[in-house]
Design a protein around this ligand. Structure first.
Ligand SMILES: [Mn+2]
Length: 288
């Protein structure tokens, strides 16, 4: 990333920005690209969908360059100027889960959020780590059914709690997927199915998450599934425009793509709000 790069962007006014998995405090974080993205967008609301600050890494070794400060300052400044900023903590910034219900510098911290889309329908916003146990055991869960699914989500919280008491870090989806490349695709679809099933149970039409660093906007049965991606590899975010369309933006400030981010615009299809116990299988997605 070159400091010399100054992207001359037109400031875009949008309804909502969804950003996750920034991993501030790690060397992998593409802070320059993100700062550039933030400078080019002005939103009524910003949802920070977890793993914004990487508390695990900061615990073991302190890495906090000026650029990471700049991002925090940029977001705080926007909150001061009237942008609503909602922070849904993830597993890497789970220390913030102790502060759910409070707000700092105008940033609201919530466990999960409900966002109202332009047409009045509701979108569930969560990070997604609560499905880790579901994803790891998806083969036998598919056989055992709903109660086992609920139990797996409960178990996930319990394991997370116990590990934290012993100062251990949580299980890492991406590390697991990387070690099991062959299984990664099946793990990604297991994750997406778990998220969509949860959305259906909550009676929402759409669900926004992060966690697995796989940006996508996809209609899955009656539910619109959106994953913001990350700022380690894909440098992606999801934008909700004033007209209600959602756009997946890939933003690489250090490359020529900065001038022409790849766009994928979806108008959420009409969805049934009836709760489904299980959603039909996801289409196989490409693992990039
Ligand atoms: Mn995560």
């Amino acid at each position: 990333m070159s400091d010399a790069h100054h992207n001359e962007c037109m400031l875009k006014t949008v309804k909502t920005l969804f950003i996750s998995d920034i991993h501030l405090g790690t060397r992998g974080c593409q802070a320059a690209a993100l700062l550039d993205f933030l400078k080019c967008h002005e939103a009524d609301t910003i949802y920070l969908v977890g793993d914004i600050v990487d508390g695990w890494r900061l615990k073991s070794s302190w890495y906090w360059p000026q650029l990471h400060n700049d991002i925090v300052q940029k977001i705080l400044r926007q909150a001061r100027k009237g942008t609503r900023v909602v922070y849904v903590p993830g597993n890497h910034d789970e220390f913030l889960r102790d502060y759910v219900g409070s707000s700092f510098g105008g940033i609201e911290i919530v466990e999960e959020a409900i966002h109202e889309m332009v047409d009045g329908r509701r979108m569930l916003i969560l990070h997604g780590d609560k499905f880790d146990t579901v994803v790891r055991n998806h083969k036998w869960l598919a056989v055992l059914g709903d109660w086992a699914y609920d139990f797996a989500i409960f178990l996930n919280r319990l394991i997370g709690f116990v590990r934290r008491q012993f100062g251990l870090s949580d299980w890492s989806f991406s590390a697991y997927a990387k070690n099991k490349v062959k299984q990664a695709v099946s793990f990604i679809s297991a994750f997406e199915e778990a998220v969509v099933a949860d959305a259906a149970r909550n009676g929402v039409c759409a669900v926004m998450c992060g966690h697995i660093h796989q940006p996508v906007i996809r209609q899955m049965g009656p539910i619109l599934y959106l994953n913001t991606g990350d700022w380690v590899e894909s440098c992606s975010a999801i934008v909700e425009h004033i007209d209600g369309t959602f756009e997946l933006v890939r933003w690489k400030a250090a490359t020529p793509q900065a001038q022409a981010p790849v766009r994928l615009t979806y108008q959420p299809a009409v969805c049934a709000v009836t709760a489904l116990s299980r959603v039909s299988h996801a289409p196989q997605n490409d693992f990039d």
